[in-house]
Design a protein around this ligand. Structure first.
Ligand code: NAD
Length: 328
């Protein structure tokens, strides 16, 4: 294995593009760790908040990349990353051999395209999406899932550990994004399963606490139950106790499940629950869950159960259905 020099705060200039809810505190933690960080965001307010935390302002994304040793991006979606890399001069502005670390959550195919574009421009690349949310970004306790070469991972590790608690090298280009969407597919499906189980328990007269006490120490145990419990009571810190304020916002879960669904279809994977979870979260995020934690989907499950019960106990509705005269 070739000797690799990991970056060090004293000798490393970091360009940081995308200083929003996640990128802002991540950049601030790099400053705290002693790195010189030059940042840019389209939003003047986000840039100003980062500057207040010690980030040097750049006038454009390209300017943030000029002369940087490492360029980190934390952007909404793959199209933003690819547009910056290919069309908006980010790769062209950087000195040859710059390490590009994209921490955004994006499509696996887009991540691979970003790696290719960086390599063609004479740079190195790593996809390194995160889990841990805004609180993890603020507290520097994120988990990074990295895809790319071993050399790139070793070089980036000190930066990742200044922004997080754990970094896992998952494999070649795109593997970080692959790990992220597989993990979040488990999470989305398991939150729906936990929500359905609590609503079933309610209909059978089982208390939330009793179901929690059994399932949390039995084979139903999972993060959706024991950390982010979707009913108030058993886990006092879960968003259910705070009117489902996020937490992990439902639109972000919908986005991640959408990326998982794309990958399922592209790979021909027969994953009925993953695809259904993507549909249910897309509907929830566009409606009642637009500003809620993803665990709030239990309220939709409960509401729909009540509607189904009303319909099945309403003889006139039954008559209409049986007569085949109901309109869709
Ligand atoms: P955000 O919308 O708060 O931040 C994105 C920032 O990128 C915005 O400030 C926007 O102005 C900026 N931006 C967009 N295009 C730009 C461009 N061309 N040049 C410069 N800046 C540009 O989003 P966020 O919550 O910080 O999420 C960022 C990424 O992290 C997303 O991919 C998201 O899926 C992922 N993520 C978010 C969370 C979370 O809890 N928020 C958790 C894990 C992963």
């Amino acid at each position: 294995m070739s000797a690799v020099t990991p970056v060090s705060p004293a000798s490393t200039v970091v360009g940081f593009v995308g200083l929003g809810h996640m990128g802002g505190p991540m950049a601030a933690n790099l400053v705290k760790a002693g790195y010189r960080v030059r940042g840019y965001d389209l939003s003047a307010a986000s840039l100003a908040a980062a500057v207040a935390a010690g980030v040097e302002p750049a006038a454009s994304a390209a300017e943030a990349a000029e002369g940087a040793d490492v360029v980190i991006t934390m952007l909404p979606a793959g199209r933003h990353v690819l547009a910056l890399y290919r069309d908006e001069g980010l790769l062209a502005a950087a000195q040859p051999g710059t390490l590009f670390v994209d921490c955004s959550t994006i499509d696996v195919a887009d991540a691979r395209a970003a790696h290719d574009a960086a390599a063609r421009a004479g740079h190195r690349a790593l996809d390194a999406p995160v889990s841990g949310g805004v609180t993890g970004a603020e507290a520097a306790t994120l988990t990074f899932m990295a895809g790319g070469g071993e050399t790139e991972f070793v070089r980036a590790e000190p930066l990742l550990s200044a922004m997080g608690r754990k970094a896992v090298h998952c494999g070649a280009a795109g593997s970080g994004q692959a790990a992220k969407i597989c993990n979040n597919m488990i999470l989305g499906i398991s939150m729906i399963a936990v929500g359905e189980a609590f609503v079933l328990g309610e209909s059978l007269g089982l208390s939330h606490q009793a179901l929690y006490d059994v399932a949390s120490t039995a084979s139903g145990q999972c993060w959706a139950l024991t950390v982010n419990c979707p009913v108030p009571g058993p886990v006092p810190a879960s968003p259910a106790n705070h009117d489902y304020r996020p937490g992990f916002a439902a639109p972000l879960m919908a986005k991640d499940l959408g990326l998982a669904a794309n990958a399922l279809r592209a790979g021909g994977v027969h994953a009925e629950l993953g695809l259904r979870a993507a549909e249910l979260y897309a509907e929830f995020a566009e409606g009642a869950g637009a500003a809620e934690d993803f665990s709030g989907i239990i309220r939709t499950i409960r509401d729909r159960s009540a509607q189904d019960t009303e319909t099945s106990s309403d003889p006139s509705a039954q008559d209409t259905e049986e007569n085949g005269t109901a309109t869709a």
